[in-house]
Each structure stands twice: as structure tokens, then as C-alpha cells.
Design a protein around this ligand. Structure first.
Ligand code: F3S
Length: 649
């Protein structure tokens, strides 16, 4: 039987298991990436595993989320990351050099290779045929040590693209349409593989906008085949020799098929506060806009900012609207500056930022209270912008720029009619991505050969092996779609403690219940209860690590997001799935007891556990775990388990 592109790459890298959907497979990892919010833990775990050198073909440490060094803790973290990269053999990208996915795409992403990254938008280079997957930091540390990465073999879904995008419709509208149709849970356990005649009409930057936001669908990854457009992009970034032909076989079989006719797409927008809350722009036209931001790993490249610059040329941003442009890479900034576009944008009223994630996680450019912000980002979860009750819309750079010019949401086609001389700027790539590499430090240029830890950088906490008897209070009952931002907010005042778990833990779930951390410590353990899709969002392993530190034993949820569930195993928390009736019946404050011997049950492959509540009623909870995940859970987490493996040789 023929193979899909996904299956071809997986087959090339398979070290354990079979390519049967739902079965756990182990794959060899060629490249890893990590960023500053997750990276400190990655390297502390790498150190705790007593590893001395990166074993993958390539590892890259980026500093992109928390780049502003307004507090010594951030600067200490950046210095620690530089020292770790130097000591263990990774590339180091300095703060301000850009967002990991943009810089990786421009410098290292390669078709046919596997990439594992401690950031949920790691699938971005799927747009140039790389099979890239987001994972927790501990998985990255193990992969960098040469260990396989284990994941449930996803179903491969064929997204067949027909036609060609009409004027003013963009790649962002393709992925917003997917979200409109499939929702934020529509991709769980799946890889979206794009095929069809529409593929060749899209450039690599457009493809990476689509693969980047496949994460919002909950997908394991998203990927495009390679072709002349891939070759062309690799040539422009000076790596033409890394091209490989990757096409699905004619008789490849897909688990499902979805057809999108690009010609039918119109400018779309995601309304507050979920990326799948998508409507045509015209439906919300007229809404006044206070702030517009163009940037992020989704739409922060040269090809995203140039259209905005062209639309702004010779015009001015509306007086009541702030327009911020935050490029995804310093290289994009540098090229735009050399070409004169930065000056054009500044003259039009743009506040031009350094290349950073920043505002995407509420670090800088926080919207005013009771205001509307339009962003070209990928997520608009409530409060992520840095203010509760925010009102953040997601759209393409063209829609964002049109809104900045008009001061209100407007379909750019209507604005073009109104202005008479505004044309669809189209898409253009630089002849060469020829920016300086001054901020990218290769392993052979390393400036440190030992770890440098500031006073805020602590140790990695370890958990004891799983107990036989688990009982405690249902400390918090939460709704559906709880994000990792709810569990550990990523705002600057909190994130600066990312290397100091005891301190960071004080903020656990504080956005849901301010007293939670103290209550958990006082209760000396207990359970979390949640609805569907618990832990969606980022790969942030602190969202499992901090509850573990507070003594949480397990999570009872109707369903879990993929990366977060893996992180729960990695930190020894039992993820149990409950049905809707049980979820409805269980109350915060109830006494919960797992009746079975949990330690034995986990080790022996038991799938159903009896949960007794208030000594009054019982329900069944499922443990859906592979043999390997059970061993990890029994050992008290992946760090302890991996150490055991090393000790056993
Ligand atoms: Fe950064 Fe936001 Fe992307 S935090 S990695 S720009 S999703």
C-alpha cells in the first residue's frame, strides 16, 4: 500500500512500534528546538539526567518569549540558556533575534527531517515538508540525549486544496476556515496533510502560516509535500542543497479527507476569545478598534509584514488606533529596514517593535481595559493578552492593516472600494534572506563551557514513585477547554519565575481560583476535575510540574489535550478520563478516593479504576496509557524513569 508524506517520514525514523493509528510509536529525532520559557527546565533536566552532549543532528535554543530584560531573573535565564547551549552543543539565538519558529524556518528547518520542540507551534516548518511535533521539555531533554520520542501514531487526514486564493484572501483565511469547520478539538490525534492543485499556488511562508495554526486545531502536526516552491524558498534562505522530493504515493490512503476550495474563501476573523470562533470579516465590520498588532510566529515573517507596509505607504494609521508591528525575526526586520519599508511604516504611524513573541503572551502592548485589539496571532484565549476580559480578534495582516487605517474592523475589499487606490498587496519574498547571523551563536562559536546559574535558577523537583492508595479532595472543578494559560499564566510578572518551581507554583490556577495553591499545599494533595480538552494551548510543562509540586495526585477530566496529557505522565500525575455524568455529579470539595490499588493497576495495564466520592457513590474512570507511559507514571515521572533506565544500562 502506498504511503502518505507523513508515513514516509515516520517510517524513515521509526525505532519502535508500527504505523497503525492509535498505537504508540517511537521515532528518532533529527532536530530539536526550545525557547526561553520552556528551555531552562529542558537544560536543568538534561543536566539532571547527567548527559554531557547533545546527540541530535541539531539543537537550537531560542530566546523569544520573554526578551525584555527588565528584571535580572530574565537576564540570568538568558545567560543560563547561552551557557547551557555552549556547554552541551546547541545553537543559541540571542534575545531579540526572533521567534523560534521563524528563526528556525529561516536557518535550519529541512524537508524530510523530524523536529521536536518544546513549544506547541513547533509544527510550523511542516510548510516545507518537515515533520515537526510539539512536546514537553522533558521529552526534548530525552530526545537531545539520543532517546526516541514516543507518540500515538496519528491518523493522517488529507486536506485537499482546490483553486486559488482570490484577492484579499490569504493563507490565514485557509486555517481560520479549517478552525471554523473543525473547532479547536477537530485535529486531536491527527496530522493534516495538504494535497491537491491548490498547494502549488501557495508559497512556503503561506504554507507555514497554515501549519503553524494547525496547533489550534489540536493536531499532532500538519505538513505539506515539497515542490518547486519549497526548492525556491530553500534557495532564498541559502540552503538549496537541503531540498528533498516528498510526495504522497498515488495509492496512499488517508483516514479522512476534507476539501477546501481556495477560490471560495473570503477574509475571515476569529472573534473573542477562541481561535475557532470564526466569522467573515464583513459580519463584524464597523466595530471600533483600539489596537492592532502585526507579528507572531503565525504572521510575523517578511512576507506577512511587507503587505502591511505596502498598504500603509503614503497613508496614516487612524488617530484612535495604535498599530504595532513586531517582526518574527530580526532578519525580516533587517531586510525591511534595508529596503526602506521600516521608514515607510514608521511614517505611517507604526510603533515598530523588536522581534519577539512579547504581546502574544501578554508581555508588552497589553490592551487598555474594555478595548478591542486585532492581532495576526494564533490564539486569543481570554486573558492571554495580559488583561482579564480582553477582546482580542485574530485575522490576516491585510485585515489588521485595513482596520488600523480605518480605525474599525473593515473587510479590506470594502476599504479598497472606499479608498479607490488601495490594491491587494499580494505576496512577495526577498530575493535572498541575507540578514546578519550575528545573533545566532553556533556550537563552535560558544562563549561558555560551563553552566552559569543565577540565584533564581533552582533544581528540578522529583516525585516519589506512585503510591498504592490515592485519595484526597477534589480541590478545583473547572469547565471545558481549560488552557495551560489558565494553569500557569505566561505573563511577565509570573513567567520570570520559570526556573524557580516553588515560587512559580504559587501562581498555579490562580486565574481560576486565587487561593488554589495555598489550599493545595494545606490539603497535602488532592485532585483536579475538568471538562473536555483539559490543558489545551501551549506545551508549557510547568502546567504539570507546578501542580505536581503542590502535591496534586491526578486529574479527572472528560478529555485531555495531547501535549498536556503527556506532560501529566512525565510528572507522575494520573490523568483519568471520566464521563459527562460523573463530571456533572462531582463537586469541588468532595472527597475522592481511587478504590483500586493504583500502583499495581497502573503497572499491570488496568484500564478502568473505581472512583468513590464522599464514601457515597462510585463511578468508573479510564486510564488510557501505553505500557511505556504506565512505567513512567509508576516511577513518579519521566525524569525518575529515565534515570532508572540509564542506571540499568
Ligand atoms: Fe511566541 Fe505566540 Fe508563537 S508566544 S511562539 S508568537 S504562539
Amino acid at each position: 500500500m502506498g504511503q502518505t508524506v507523513t508515513e514516509k517520514i515516520l517510517a524513515d525514523h521509526l525505532v519502535e512500534g508500527e504505523l497503525t493509528p492509535g498505537e504508540e510509536i517511537g521515532i528518532e529525532i533529527d532536530q530539536v528546538l526550545t525557547q526561553d520559557t520552556t528551555g531552562t527546565m529542558v537544560w536543568l533536566q538534561f543536566e539532571a539526567l547527567e548527559l554531557d552532549e547533545v546527540q541530535t543532528e541539531l539543537a537550537a535554543q531560542y530566546c523569544d518569549h520573554q526578551t525584555y530584560q527588565f528584571d535580572f531573573k530574565n537576564t540570568d535565564d538568558h545567560r543560563f540558556l547561552r551557557s547551557a547551549a555552549g556547554t552541551f552543543g546547541a545553537h543559541f539565538s540571542r534575545p531579540g533575534n526572533g521567534i523560534c519558529h521563524n528563526v528556525h524556518k529561516e536557518n535550519f528547518a529541512a524537508p524530510g527531517k523530524t523536529l521536536l520542540g518544546s513549544d506547541s507551534h513547533t509544527p510550523t516548518p511542516g510548510g516545507l515538508g518537515q515533520l515537526a511535533i510539539g512536546a514537553g521539555g522533558l521529552d526534548i531533554a530525552v530526545a537531545m540525549g539520543g532517546g526516541a520520542y514516543y507518540v500515538e501514531m496519528p491518523e493522517v487526514v488529507n486536506v485537499r486544496l482546490e483553486g486559488e486564493l482570490p484577492a484579499w484572501s490569504t493563507a490565514k483565511d485557509v486555517i481560520l476556515e479549517m478552525l471554523r469547520q473543525l473547532s479547536v478539538k477537530g485535529g486531536v490525534g491527527k496530522v493534516f496533510e495538504y494535497t491537491g492543485p491548490g498547494v502549488e499556488t501557495l508559497s512556503v511562508p503561506e504554507r507555514t502560516t497554515i501549519t503553524n495554526m494547525g496547533t489550534e486545531l489540536g493536531a499532532t502536526s500538519s505538513i505539506f509535500p515539497t515542490d518547486e516552491k519549497t526548492k525556491d524558498f530553500l534557495k532564498r534562505v541559502g540552503r538549496e542543497d537541503e531540498h528533498v522530493d516528498l510526495q504522497p504515493d498515488d495509492d496512499a490512503e488517508y483516514a479522512d479527507e476534507l476539501v477546501i476550495d481556495l477560490s471560495d474563501l473570503e477574509p475571515l476573523i476569529a472573534k473573542p476569545s477562541m481561535p475557532d470562533n470564526v466569522v467573515p470579516v464583513r459580519e463584524v465590520a464597523g466595530e471600533s478598534v483600539d489596537q492592532v498588532i502585526i507579528g507572531s510566529c503565525t504572521n510575523g515573517g517578511y512576507a506577512d509584514i511587507l503587505p502591511a507596509a505596502k498598504m500603509l505607504e503614503g497613508r496614516e494609521v487612524d488617530k484612535k488606533t495604535d498599530l504595532i508591528v513586531a517582526p518574527g525575526s530580526k532578519q525580516a526586520s533587517e531586510i525591511l529596514a534595508r529596503q526602506g519599508w521600516t521608514a515607510e511604516m514608521m511614517a505611517a504611524g507604526v510603533n515598530f517593535s523588536e522581534a519577539t513573541c512579547g504581546a502574544c503572551i501578554g508581555i508588552g502592548h497589553v490592551p487598555a481595559s474594555d478595548s478591542v485589539s486585532l492581532r495576526t496571532f494564533n490564539r486569543n484565549f481570554e486573558g492571554r493578552s495580559g488583561i482579564e476580559d480582553d477582546s482580542v480578534y485574530l485575522c490576516s495582516p491585510e485585515v489588521a492593516t485595513a482596520a488600523a487605517l480605518k480605525g474599525e474592523i473593515v473587510d479590506p475589499r470594502d476599504l479598497a472600494d472606499e479608498l479607490g487606490d488601495l490594491e491587494d498587496p499580494g505576496l512577495e519574498l526577498p530575493d535572498q534572506y541575507d540578514g546578519s547571523k550575528a545573533d545566532l551563536i553556533a556550537p563552535d562559536e560558544a562563549v561558555d563551557d560551563d553552566l552559569i546559574k543565577g540565584p533564581n535558577i533552582g533544581d528540578v523537583p522529583l516525585k516519589d514513585p506512585l503510591q498504592s492508595h490515592l485519595a484526597g479532595e477534589a480541590l478545583l472543578k473547572m469547565t471545558d477547554n481549560i488552557t495551560t494559560d489558565h494553569i500557569i499564566p505566561a505573563t511577565s510578572d509570573i513567567l520570570k519565575f520559570r526556573s524557580n518551581v516553588p515560587k512559580l507554583s504559587e501562581f498555579t490556577l490562580s486565574r481560576v481560583d486565587e487561593s488554589f495553591a495555598q489550599r493545595a499545599l494545606d490539603a497535602d494533595g488532592g485532585f483536579l476535575v475538568a471538562g473536555e480538552n483539559y490543558g489545551q494551548g501551549s506545551s508549557r510543562e510547568h502546567a504539570a510540574l507546578c501542580p505536581m509540586y503542590l502535591g496534586i495526585e491526578g486529574v479527572l477530566a472528560q478529555s485531555f489535550a495531547r501535549i498536556h496529557k503527556a506532560n501529566l505522565f512525565n510528572f507522575g500525575l494520573v490523568p483519568l478520563t471520566i464521563d459527562e455524568d460523573t463530571y456533572e455529579k462531582i463537586e469541588q470539595g468532595d472527597d475522592v478516593e481511587i478504590v483500586d490499588d493504583v500502583g499495581d493497576g497502573v503497572r499491570s495495564g488496568q484500564e478502568e479504576f473505581t472512583v468513590r466520592v464522599n464514601d457515597d457513590w462510585e463511578a468508573t474512570a479510564q486510564l488510557d496509557a501505553s505500557e511505556r507511559e504506565r512505567k513512567i507514571l509508576a516511577a513518579g515521572g519521566k525524569l525518575s524513569w529515565t534515570k532508572q533506565q540509564y542506571d540499568e544500562g
